[in-house]
Design a binder for this molecule. Structure first.
Ligand SMILES: C[S@@+](CC[C@H](N)C(=O)[O-])C[C@H]1O[C@@H](n2cnc3c(N)ncnc32)[C@H](O)[C@@H]1O
Length: 268
């Protein structure tokens, strides 16, 4: 996977079409969609607001918001033309032509300032080389009183019980690989500080636990380990093989649990 300064540690084109990444993204967003919608509403999403799905990827969340909030004009922006094509096709298939798709970079969004009541950035900030600059670039897009809500992860809040041997080494290798590409798998804890530093007010930070009991162990593992696995290659991937096999075995263990802390940060 090649690094590029705008895409940071997430360059969809470089992952390759046979990586299964599009399916993983769709699964990741769809599985938790209903849980997430309730959280977004808690964070201020209301029908009638002008909404931006920032770094929309395949557009699962853009479609969810458009379906459940028929009076919301929804804009969906992403850097990747390939993901936008997939998102457009899905939206057309679902009869949601009113979603406006825009190709753009979070560091220089090609959008009119002052137009959004609610901006949602899901799993973007862990990939950015300069999250502070991105937050500064997004702030002018908000209307007075509008809110940016960020959902992202922090790997120290990921736990498998029982823990497969070598699991810590595996997550650390993935974190190193993502950091080499400009990302940060421990971005969650930084989000409150970054929002304040970028000039947002009324900043809040919450951690929500999502478990294998809610998603199912199969989906939980695909969602939380899939991208980490893609980050590794060669000797590191070989070293992780036993750990990944032990993690897979949890699917058949009815007593196993898996938990992840999902960070939700917001500011006006
Ligand atoms: C892990 S995906 C998340 C996609 C979507 N938000 C979701 O949750 O399904 C990260 C997304 O960030 C996009 N991205 C990365 N760097 C970006 C940038 N500088 N500007 C806009 N989008 C970017 C990628 O193209 C990708 O769609």
């Amino acid at each position: 996977m090649a690094a590029s300064s705008a895409a940071g540690s997430y360059d969809f084109a470089a992952l390759g079409t046979d990586s299964g990444e599009l399916d993983r993204l769709q699964l990741q967003a769809s599985r938790s969609a209903r849980l997430e919608l309730a959280l977004l509403e808690r964070f201020g999403l209301r029908d009638g607001q002008t909404v931006l799905d920032l770094a929309c990827g395949p557009g699962v969340i853009s479609r969810l918001i458009a379906e459940t909030h028929p009076a919301c004009p929804v804009t969906a922006m992403d850097l990747s033309p390939e993901l936008l094509d997939a998102a457009r096709a899905e939206a057309a298939g679902a009869g949601l032509e009113r979603i406006r798709f825009v190709q753009g970079d979070v560091y220089a969004p090609p959008l009119e300032p002052g137009q959004f009541d609610f901006i949602y950035a899901r799993l973007l900030f862990q990939h950015l080389e300069d999250p502070l600059r991105a937050l500064q670039a997004v702030r002018p897009l908000l209307r007075p009183g509008g809110r940016l809500c960020i959902m992202d992860i922090d790997d120290d809040w990921l736990t498998l019980v029982p823990e497969p041997q070598g699991f810590q080494a595996f997550t650390e290798a993935a974190a190193r690989a993502q950091a080499q590409r400009g990302g940060n798998r421990r971005i969650g804890r930084q989000l409150g500080r970054l929002l304040e530093a970028a000039g947002y007010s009324d900043v809040a930070l919450h951690v929500e636990t999502v478990s294998s009991r809610q998603l199912g162990m199969r989906a939980f593992l695909d969602i939380t380990l899939g991208f980490k696995r893609l980050l590794l290659s060669g000797a590191e991937l070989e070293a992780a093989a036993g750990t990944l096999a032990a993690a897979e075995a949890l699917v058949d263990d009815p007593q196993a649990w898996a938990l992840v802390g999902v960070f939700l940060a917001s500011g006006s």
